[in-house]
Design a protein around this ligand. Sequence first.
Ligand SMILES: Nc1ncnc2c1ncn2[C@@H]1O[C@H](COP(=O)(O)OP(=O)(O)OP(=O)(O)O)[C@@H](O)[C@H]1O
Ligand code: SF4
Ligand SMILES: [Mg+2]
Length: 325
Amino acid sequence: MSNKKILEIKDLKVFYESSRSFFTGKNIVKAVNGLNIDINQGETFGLVGESGSGKSTVARAILNLVKSNSGEINLEEENLLKLKGSKLRSKQKQIGAIFQDPYSSLNPRMKIKDIIAEPLRVQGKKDVEEDVKNLLKMVGLDNRMDNRFPHEFSGGQRQRIGIARAISTNPKLIICDEPVSALDVSVQAQILNLLKDLQKKLNISYLFIAHDLSVVKYLSLKIGVMYLGKIVEMADSETIFSNPMHPYTKILINSIPVPDPKIERKKKFIPIKGDIPSASNPPAGCVFRTRCPNPTSDCKDGKSEMGLIEIEPDHWVDKCCVNCK
Ligand SMILES: Nc1ncnc2c1ncn2[C@@H]1O[C@H](COP(=O)(O)OP(=O)(O)OP(=O)(O)O)[C@@H](O)[C@H]1O
Ligand code: SF4
Ligand SMILES: [Mg+2]
């Protein structure tokens, strides 16, 4: 690990326009609404939050799969949102991606050797057979399997192929969007270990996205808890678990089952009310107000518009929530 900053996201906003109806016009979905993240070389930043909080939109914005409205996405100090054409393409090549469903992200008609070789060939490399065999070995697959098609592999093996493809071009950063969510628990552990080993060997940085805080904890040095397009709490992984400040973080931690059934039975369960509100009409004041177990009348004012505050070194929490229980 080093202090070299690989990714720096500043005040990123990504809004979708979805038509409400033919007569009423556009609806603006504020999927990412002022997000700040730093990732150093060789480190993992875990982004956690429930469905609809905006995690994949952050991933899509970094990968240039969706247009950002404002802010900065700096990859090694160069703002991707200001680049165009070949300059942007060459910077984007330094970012790899691993997605939740390896089957749908691997072309079913292509042999594994061609799937893994494709990014290398796009970069103009010709003799890639040896590279592909090495990559298969690095992700724990038998390199004699390279003539097979994706359907001949299990879910975990397919995710290994996706990882081989993602690391093939030596990226500085890999965006992992729910890479183990579709896998059995035992296979999840193998894939997480593989990602950890590869990080050590190759000094890659990960943005690791998941809705499960315990999965994120395993890999991440720092964790950001995302709710309705904003990070509401951010700290190193240990602090998030030992001293959570935001009620939403506390609820996420409380929902993780404890392996000891005696402790689990005695645990006081903190329920979360209802569903996440629509990102096109977020609550005024604290965005978590409508689901918070202990809201007060002060929570309706506009303090949450002010962003995060550092309450102790490297521990950031939504300004509106500094005194909340
Ligand atoms: N193409 C789109 N058009 C309009 N709204 C969208 C679009 N894609 C996502 N959204 C909305 O943006 C918000 C954030 O979605 P996003 O997929 O980023 O969330 P997520 O945290 O990744 O959720 P999940 O855990 O279900 O993958 C949601 O309200 C979603 O409905
Ligand atoms: S500011 Fe109020 S509503 Fe928001 S999390 Fe804190 S106590 Fe709950
Ligand atoms: Mg998602």
